[in-house]
Structures are given as C-alpha cells and as structure tokens.
Write a protein that binds this ligand. Structure first.
Ligand code: ADP
Ligand code: TYD
Length: 238
C-alpha cells in the first residue's frame, strides 16, 4: 500500500487555516479521494483534554501559570497521540491527511514566541515524532494585524456567555463552550516573533513550505486563496 499524502496548514491565529482546510477537504473528497482531517492540539480523546488545558485561559486560573517547557511538552504529547492514533494509520492506507497545525507551530509559538529556541523544539520533534515531516505545508500569512483582528473577533463570537466564577476556579471539563483565548491574549510582540519565525521556516524549507495568503500575492479573498491552494496541492498528489 503506498503511503498517503500528509499536508499541514500553518499560520497565525485567524490566518484562515480552518476555513481553507475545510474547503480543500471538500474538494478532495468530491474528487474521490479519502481525506482525514485533524487539528492540533486535539482530535483524539487525550488531545481534546490537552486542548482545553492549553487554550482555555481559565485553566491557568485553576492550575497556575503553565511553564513554557511544560507547554511545549504538552503540545508534543498531543502530537504523539495523534500520530499514533490518526495520522500514521491514515497514511498507511494511502489517505490524504490534512492537519491544522503541526511541529512548525511549536517552533513558531514555543520556539520563537516563548523564546525556547528552534533547536529544542526540533530535537523533541525527532525524539517524539520520529522526525515525521509533512509532504506539503501551506503557510497562510496575512499581515499580523489582520490575522489577529480576525481571531479576536471570532473568539469573541464563540466565548462562553457566563464568565467563570472568581471565587471557585475549577478545571474546565468537556463538553463546554470554547474559550480558546489563552494565546490570543498574548502581546503583539509575541505574535511578531511568531510571524518572523514562520518566514524563517519557509525560507529554510522552500520545497515543503509554500506561502499562500500573503500581502504580496494580490487577491486574498477566501475564494482566491482556495483556488491558489488547489493549484499548489494538485501536483503533489500521486
Ligand atoms: P484560523 O483557523 O487560521 O484561526 P479561520 O479559518 O478560523 O482561521 O478564520 C478566522 C476568521 O477569518 C473567520 O471568521 C473566517 O471566516 C475569516 N477569514 C478566513 N479567511 C479569510 C480571508 N481570506 N479574508 C477574510 N476573512 C477571512
Ligand atoms: P488553533 O486552534 O489552530 O487556533 P487558531 O484557529 O486561532 O489558529 O491553535 C490553537 C492555538 O495553539 C494557537 O494559538 C497556536 C497554539 N499552538 C502552539 O502554541 N503550539 C503548538 O504546537 C500548536 C499545535 C498550537
């Protein structure tokens, strides 16, 4: 059985990854391909629990500040589980795997954003993920302020209507409304470091990482980016 195709979506919060991944999945499925989609953190039972711990700002009210190294290790714990449970089995039977974020996110957010450094992230990737690399990474990189404004608007729309009680903070449990605002509360400098790290990753690995949705490209409507992505993906499929 041939190995399938592993495609990841990367970019800042609000860059349009989720929107474009859904559209690409629909297009590939309509053309008769078997497609598996997932996001990181999440998409396994363990990963969904880790996602709440990592993304809900209320988890720090309950647990105290999450150390950057612990944050990085939890991202890799999530990744190891999703490789074992979802990604590797799907690739083994020849499926196309579309993944919303992968190790480039850890390099950008924990390596650059939290200043842990790329080397530490890449060493952990080798140890935990057996250096699994995507066949193609689609990097969506609209201007920093555009992406952040979109993400903050979206999270505001999705925020729970009841604020958490101050007196008795408790660990969020599933299921519950999303409050995925822990990273979006970070400073603009934090996001500027992430933006720069993505540019470096793309420059380092130009065959794997293709940049879409950039100011330099012109029409950055959702439809135009969708067509551009199709044009980039088609030649990479066996
Ligand atoms: P991400 O998954 O990268 O955080 P989303 O796909 O959730 O991004 O998009 C964030 C918000 O921005 C959504 O409300 C989405 O409809 C909107 N959006 C996505 N792509 C574009 C685009 N190219 N132009 C304008 N709005 C967009
Ligand atoms: P995601 O759900 O993709 O958020 P968005 O739709 O806003 O882009 O990712 C959740 C958050 O987790 C995002 O702020 C980036 C962060 N993250 C890391 O910091 N490191 C990682 O390794 C991953 C996978 C995500």
């Amino acid at each position: 059985m041939p190995r399938g195709t592993f495609i990841t979506f990367e970019g800042l919060d609000g860059s349009g990854k989720t929107t474009q991944m859904r559209r690409l999945a629909a297009w590939l499925t309509a053309s008769g391909r078997t497609v598996v989609t997932l996001r990181q953190p999440g998409s396994t039972a363990l990963g969904d629990r880790l996602r709440v711990l990592l993304l809900d700002s209320r988890s720090e009210s309950a647990l105290g500040p999450i150390d950057p190294l612990a944050e990085m290790a939890l991202m890799f714990a999530d990744r190891a589980q999703s490789i074992a449970e979802v990604i590797a089995p799907a690739l083994a039977v020849g499926s196309i795997v579309l993944c919303d974020r992968f190790t480039d996110s850890t390099e950008a957010y924990q390596g650059a954003g939290r200043r842990l450094g790329s080397q530490r992230v890449l060493a952990l990737h080798a140890a935990v993920c057996d250096s699994l690399q995507p066949d193609l990474t689609l990097l969506l990189l609209p201007p920093l302020e555009v992406a952040l404004a979109r993400a903050r608007r979206r999270n505001h729309r999705q925020a729970p209507t009841q604020p958490p009680t101050q007196s008795a903070p408790s660990l969020p449990t599933l299921p519950q409304p999303a409050a995925e605002d822990r990273f979006e509360r970070e400073t603009d400098e934090f996001y500027a470091r992430i933006h720069a790290a993505y540019l470096q990753i793309a420059a380092r690995d130009p065959h794997r990482v293709l940049t879409v949705a950039d100011v330099a490209i012109g029409d950055n409507s959702i439809d135009a980016i969708e067509l551009r992505i199709r044009g980039l993906v088609a030649p990479r499929l066996s």
